[in-house]
Design a protein around this ligand. Structure first.
Ligand code: ADP
Ligand code: MG
Length: 288
């Protein structure tokens, strides 16, 4: 429903407007600068019966088309909350989130989330059905077209031969590959990933990071990636936003495009890890 709403919204945007509204002017400015996602002084809160928990405070960042933008910070600093806000599930208490210059008002097929949990795939659907189903529902594709596109993306993650398998027969890494194929098949404007490899063993995790980078080289999607691992942030990201603990505030923004797995043993990489560690933990004086 969010999907059709956002599609209708895009379709109804006129290409030429005699008197451009502020919104369309903002969209044009965003497009001209290459800025895709803009998070501007966003504060996010949870309201329980007893109290209000502020998850992030005044967070700002811009994601450009083709970025692999990483939100990095300790557990509880509001990374998942920020991602959910970008996905449209949590409205900011102050500040704005916009995509292509248009404010985010709710969930939509232009932002797809891949989660950490292996159980994000309905177990009663085969791998192919899992990937094809959202294409049929949100993109309104026919069965043949949806299956073709699903298979295309399953090939990209090396799982075409498992198209007819059920999720419970797959390893954790394979389930995450299906979730990634399902997300990419939707061709979102931003792919959102919340610690997608955190529950995998170290070797599989490394392999998945490499595969994600290969996929990015191939498909060139825009990625917003959440992690609490400094090494993962340096390897996966081209830009990193460091968030301080509770409530999450912007600590620093860093470039990290120069790093790959091959750099992991090098002095400059180790220096960057140490530098980020200091920024995150020592100078803030965070106790927990
Ligand atoms: P991270 O993903 O960085 O570990 P979260 O975004 O999950 O952090 O959480 C940020 C803060 O918001 C934490 O203090 C957490 O306890 C709190 N929080 C998260 N979800 C809820 C919720 N549903 N209700 C109340 N507080 C929450
Ligand atoms: Mg989280």
């Amino acid at each position: 429903m969010g999907a059709s709403a956002s599609a209708a919204f895009i379709d109804s945007t006129p290409l030429t407007v005699p008197a451009a509204t502020a919104a369309t002017a903002a969209a044009a400015a965003a497009a001209a600068s290459g800025r895709l996602l803009s998070v501007d002084r966003v504060s996010l809160e949870y309201r329980t019966r007893e109290r209000i928990v502020r998850a992030t405070h005044n967070v700002s960042f811009d994601v450009y088309g083709g970025d692999r933008f990483v939100l990095l910070g300790p557990s509880g600093c509001g990374k998942s909350t920020l991602l959910k806000a970008v996905a449209g599930f949590i409205p900011p208490v102050s500040g704005t989130i916009s995509l292509g210059g248009e404010p985010v008002r709710g969930p939509g097929a232009d932002r797809i989330v891949v989660f950490q949990e292996f159980d994000q795939l309905p177990p009663w659907k085969t791998v192919l059905q899992n990937v094809a189903f959202p294409l049929r529902v949100a993109k309104k594709l026919g069965r043949t077209e949806a299956n073709g596109l699903a298979l295309h993306y399953l090939e990209k993650v090396g799982l075409a031969s498992f198209a007819n398998a059920y999720p419970h027969t797959l390893s954790g890494g394979m389930k995450q590959r299906v979730a990634i194929a399902r997300a990419l098949a939707m061709q979102p404007r931003v792919l959102l990933m919340d610690e997608p490899f955190a529950a995998l063993d170290a070797l599989t995790r490394r392999k998945m990071q490499e595969e994600l980078l290969r996929l990015w080289d191939d498909v060139r999607f825009t990625l917003l990636f959440v992690t609490h691992s400094i090494e993962e942030a340096l390897i996966v990201g081209n830009r990193i936003l460091l968030l301080s603990p509770h409530p999450g505030r912007v600590r620093a923004e860093l470039n990290s495009h120069q790093y790959t797995h091959d750099s992991a043993g090098q002095d400059t990489f180790r220096d960057s890890v140490a530098h980020i560690h200091r920024l995150l933990f020592e100078e803030t004086g965070a106790a927990s």
